[in-house]
Design a protein around this ligand. Sequence first.
Ligand code: ZN
Length: 184
Amino acid sequence: MLSKYVHDTLGIVTLSQSRRVVRVSISVRPSGEVRVSYPTSISTRRALEFLESKRDWIERTKERLAQHATPTHTPEQIEQLRAIAKRTLPTKVAQLASKFGFRYGRVTIRATRSKWGCCTSQNNLSLSLFLVTLPEELQDFVILHELCHTVHHNHSAAFHALLDRCVGGKEQELRRQLRTYHPV
Ligand SMILES: [Zn+2]
């Protein structure tokens, strides 16, 4: 059973009473939403007492999450990013392709959040417009990754070897850096 409770400092708290859980637990979602799960054998009042006893921890966790939350873009900002992406990314692709001798079809720019780019079996590239929010070196890395797929349509050892050569032996390092970003 789900219900909402408005806490004076923590805001809206979701109370989730269920037969399936055995003890009271508290979670804070990346959005900052606080949820208390507790078994049917425990009263809501006791669950709220538990919430109160964990208040310091919850507040600290909410603060930490707020600091790390990635800013989301407004529709206007997305249109601005799209304009920048359309102006800069196809040129970058062309330059990198000619530098390393890749051949590709079309480049499309999409508001993709799930990934930075992809390469179709016809060697058409699709790039996320959020790519332009990354440092130049990582933009190039993503584009080279997709261009290498025009040669190897997989993530085989040969694919990684090719990509590693294109980025001067920095594939591992760049991949690690890229993981700290998310298209938002
Ligand atoms: Zn890939």
